[in-house]
Write a protein that binds this ligand. Structure first.
Ligand code: NDP
Ligand code: GDR
Length: 384
């Protein structure tokens, strides 16, 4: 059986990026990935290549490089050297696509067996500043992709994964949150993803598509975007520890999140598309931790103990060794409406998918801090 995956976005200016597999469009299993250049896209690409998929990504045209997270997965077309795993020998081959109708062209050409719809304006705070854009990309974009699948007559042949989110729960109704917990999104991002959740479910019911929502709680890694709170903290802690930065400025220190490792979560995405029938699943760790604890543990990895003083916007974190203020609250990072508590219940995924997170909170923090420390140090060495 031919298996082709597509990791896709629903953006106005994507390009076409085939990766892996030895000859284009002939591999037995293939996937399509909009959002391939993001954190999850890079881990999912690794996983699918390992499983022998031909992977096609859709990327946006950018004036600067946006494929950094994928560089280890392909080699220069002039060298034609197969990587040790012999999986990543295909060069980046961009095909500029400018209109949503070109999604139809890509789908018709790739004929994916699986589509992972990861592309999104994924920053919650930014969504308040770019609400209409976020609604268009994250909400309507999902509809465009689903319609393109139907236009190509692939609705009975393709399996579709929608990157849904714990942000759908928003204002706490009850915890732990599972597949039956009511939604109450608290941001334009959450509202756009609510539309995407329901349109995915609607196309499943209306047209018999194999379409799943993965309701994923926060997942992080050394590849996490630098403006999300975990990575912002681990980078700053590393820089502060070697004297490159003085202070870290943060918003709400008391928000609680259920944080897992992205590598574990992409495994869950893939498992959702291998079931006999399409269903929606929560992926979470079942633990919750405040931002404040993420800060303390990150500095602790570097041998720095934090003492908190003051309250509200006046609160600061002090390095107990030298008395220096290393964390300050800056109200510009507060959100107009906040999601105070996320705590997921992954029981259904554990039971039906055999999925379980492998990386715990402390190991996640350590891995991220150590990666950032290594990067900071090598940058300093390069400059010297
Ligand atoms: P990232 O922000 O790291 O990656 C987002 C991807 O979407 C990138 O490839 C990005 O391309 C692309 N993208 C951004 N803007 C657009 C646009 N206008 N049109 C099309 N594509 C665009 O996100 P993650 O990898 O962390 O998350 C993947 C998906 O999962 C997202 O949909 C996110 O909302 C969702 N999600 C994430 C969770 C998490 O904790 N990480 C939890 C639950 C859901 P470029 O590189 O060019 O910017
Ligand atoms: P989130 O992630 O909004 O949960 O969305 P983020 O890391 O941005 O925020 C988590 C919590 O930390 C608080 N916070 C700060 N956040 C940021 N970014 N910067 C700060 O300086 C800061 N200070 C405190 C926030 O207020 C929030 O409470 C992520 C994204 O990946 C979404 O795409 C995904 O759907 C959800 O996770 C699940």
């Amino acid at each position: 059986k031919r298996k082709v995956a597509l990791i896709s976005g629903k953006h106005p200016l994507p390009s076409h990026l085939p990766l892996g597999g030895r000859a284009p469009f002939t591999h037995q299993i293939s996937s399509m990935l909009p959002g391939i250049t993001g954190q999850d896209g890079s881990y999912l690409t690794e996983l699918l290549l390992e499983k022998g998929y031909e992977v096609h990504g859709i990327i946006r045209r950018s004036s600067s490089f946006n494929t950094g997270r994928l560089h280890h997965l392909y080699v220069d077309q002039h060298e034609r050297v197969f990587s040790p795993s012999a999986l990543a020998a295909r060069p980046l081959t961009p095909v500029l696509v400018t209109r949503p109708t070109n999604l139809v062209y890509i789908l018709a050409q790739v004929q994916p067996t699986e589509i992972y719809n990861l592309g999104a304006q994924s920053h919650v705070k930014v969504s308040f500043e770019m609400a209409e854009y976020t609604g268009d990309v994250d909400g309507l974009g999902t509809l465009r992709l689903l319609d393109a699948v139907r236009t190509c007559g692939l609705e009975k042949h393709v399996r579709f994964y929608q990157a849904s989110t714990s942000e759908l729960y928003g204002l706490v109704q009850s915890v732990p949150q599972d597949e039956k917990t009511p939604f109450y999104p608290r941001s334009p991002y959450g509202v756009a993803k609510l539309y995407a959740f329901w349109i995915t479910k609607n196309y499943r019911e209306a047209y018999g598509m194999y379409a799943c929502n993965g309701i994923l709680f926060n997942h992080e890694s050394p590849r996490r975007g630098r403006t999300f709170v975990t990575r912002k903290i681990t980078r700053a802690a590393a820089d502060i520890s070697i004297g490159k930065q003085a202070c870290l400025y943060l918003g709400n220190l008391d928000a609680k999140r259920d944080w897992g490792h992205a590598r574990d979560y992409v495994e869950g995405m893939w498992r959702m598309l291998q079931q006999p029938a399409p269903e929606d699943f929560v992926l979470a760790t079942g633990e919750t931790h405040p931002v404040r604890e993420f800060v303390e543990k990150s500095f602790a990895v570097l041998g720095i103990t934090i003492r908190w003083e003051g309250s509200g916007t006046q609160e600061v974190g002090i390095n107990t060794k030298d008395g220096k203020v290393v964390v300050k609250v800056d109200p510009q990072y507060f959100r107009p409406a906040e999601v105070e508590l996320l705590l997921g219940n992954p029981a259904k995924a554990e039971r039906e998918l055999g999925w379980k997170r492998q990386v715990n909170f402390d190991s996640l923090v350590r891995e991220m801090v150590e990666a950032d420390l290594k990067a900071s140090r090598s940058l300093v060495e390069d400059q010297n």
